[in-house]
Design a protein around this ligand. Structure first.
Ligand code: ADP
Ligand code: MG
Ligand code: ZN
Length: 481
């Protein structure tokens, strides 16, 4: 039997606010253990939480960006459970009346078609602390608690079960990450856990409209693991059903070393958490003015930017897509354009060398040793025929190494292209005179030898001859030879 997979994601993103959600401790990453704590986030009895306004603004911002409706009244609730990284014994979250409901985002599938994935809700909550297990510290019998992360603000973004493959799930998470980065609400650093997600996965017979029972794979923080975990889970459930078994609703953990998911615990139900409105926090009222203020602060969003790049710079969809995936890359592109080079040529260089350099060296576009102005100048040098495209590659390497600007490199190394046809003619004549055998073969019909002749002239001029001129002269002279 054929099966259809059904997937819904719950994404947690840490907000890059200065302070935590309910106290004034730093929400920064990487401080000494337990340095960013106070009686509020340590859960001392009698301490009162005070809501960080910026967290609400960022929740509204994301909601507006994805077309959610923003609740004018929303409520914080206590989600009760015990775990050593949760000193209060409950997490402050939102249950009924979250800050945002509805909305959606669009993904581009590999065949170029678009698919809209609806969102259920977005709510605000606090992160829990971190347990550090002693195995790696030489104390296998101990575990340690670091509460720096306790109270760091989170937005949880819940999708409807509309994803149908691990590929779609990856595209969805990528798009969400892009939007979060554009908005500047989170740094989305997946290694540091600022973007992580749970994948709910079920399967049903193809054509059925009744969803199967879902298993939830918890807490993944890489695109690769997300895809692998979902693929494993789909296969596991299908095999189980084919054997006559049933899928049980449970939480599972993905083990990347073995590429399997493992049962963690039977799935808790909402009522297990004894949610109730937190009596320490008043109902959150959001005014229309607040929403409008946030709306006015929205940047141009990725889809709009992509359309504008295609219309204004006549870029193909593929280029516009790659360039707008990151706001910083898009800014780099538009900065480079100011030097006057052709958009498509600049786009090619960014999609090739620039992205390679920043990825290889884990740099942001702004840290790239080749600035947008340098790239723009390089492209101008090609366009005004000072250098050939081939020499430009050499200049690019040199820019990467030395950080010098392209004009200086071209002058220093004497790379100016020879367009003067008399200088090229001398070389062409020499090559023809010295290679009577090749000339005869060419004239005898081996026309592809033209490439060899061009190569010889380029070699003799150390790549500096204008290839167009070389080609023209060679054809002319060989025909007469
Ligand atoms: P919980 O917190 O209990 O996991 P939520 O309602 O917050 O519940 O999230 C449920 C997630 O599971 C949503 O992303 C939803 O789209 C997804 N989901 C619900 N039913 C199914 C199903 N049958 N198969 C796959 N995913 C599902
Ligand atoms: Mg869940
Ligand atoms: Zn604190």
């Amino acid at each position: 039997m054929d099966y259809t997979a059904v997937i819904g994601l719950e994404v947690h993103t840490q907000l890059s606010t200065e302070s935590k959600i309910f106290c004034s401790c730093s929400a920064g990453f990487g401080a000494e253990v337990n340095a960013n704590t106070c009686p509020v986030c340590l859960g001392m009895p009698g301490m009162l939480p005070v809501l960080n306004k910026e967290v609400v603004s960022r929740g509204i911002k994301l909601g507006l960006a994805v077309g959610s409706s923003i609740a004018r009244t929303s409520i914080f609730a206590r989600k009760n459970y015990f775990y050593p990284d949760l000193p209060k014994g409950y997490q402050i979250s939102q249950y009924e009346l979250p800050i945002c409901e509805g909305g959606g985002l669009e993904i581009t599938l590999s065949d170029g078609s678009r698919k809209r994935i609806a969102l259920t809700r977005i709510h605000m909550e606090e992160d829990a602390g971190k347990l550090i297990h002693g195995q790696n510290l030489g104390h296998p019998d101990s575990s340690y608690v670091d509460l720096n992360r306790t109270g760091v603000p989170l937005l949880e973004i819940v999708s409807e079960p509309e994803l149908r493959s691990s590929e779609e799930a990856k595209l969805y998470l990528e798009k969400l990450k892009t939007i979060l980065e554009y908005l500047g609400v989170s740094d989305c650093n997946m290694e540091e856990g600022s973007l992580r997600c749970d994948a709910n996965v079920s399967v049903m017979p193809k054509g059925s409209d009744t969803f199967g029972t879902r298993a939830e794979v918890k807490n993944m923080n890489s695109f690769r693991y997300l895809q692998k975990a979902i693929d494993y889970e789909i296969e596991r459930q299908i095999a189980l059903i084919e054997e006559g078994g049933v899928v049980v609703q449970e939480s599972r953990l993905y083990n990347p070393d073995r590429n399997v998911t493992i049962s963690m615990r039977s799935k808790e139900e909402a009522h297990d958490y004894r949610y109730f409105p937190d009596p320490d926090l008043v109902t959150l009222e959001v005014s229309d003015e607040w929403v409008e203020d946030v709306r006015n602060s929205l940047p141009e969003l990725p889809d709009a930017k992509r359309t504008r790049f295609m219309e204004r710079y006549s870029l193909p969809l593929y280029d516009a897509d790659v360039l707008t995936k990151s706001r910083d890359v898009a800014d780099y592109f538009e900065e480079a354009l100011k030097t006057g080079g052709a958009p498509k040529t600049i786009s090619n260089w960014i999609m090739g060398d620039i992205l390679r350099i920043i990825n290889e060296r884990s740099l942001t576009p702004a840290q790239c040793p080749i600035t947008p102005v340098m790239l723009g100048e390089l492209v101008s040098l090609i366009e005004n025929k000072t250098i050939s495209g081939k020499i430009a590659k050499t200049v690019m390497e040199e820019m990467e190494k030395s950080g010098k600007n392209p004009k200086a490199i071209v002058e220093e190394k004497g790379l100016v292209q020879i367009t003067d046809s008399s200088a090229i003619e001398t070389e062409v004549d020499k090559i023809i005179d010295c290679n009577p055998g090749q000339v005869a073969a060419y004239k005898g019909g081996k026309e592809q030898l033209i490439g060899w002749f061009v190569g010889q002239v380029m070699k003799a001029t150390r790549g500096k001859a204008n290839p167009g001129v070389v080609n023209e002269l060679l054809k002319e002279k060989l025909d007469k030879a």
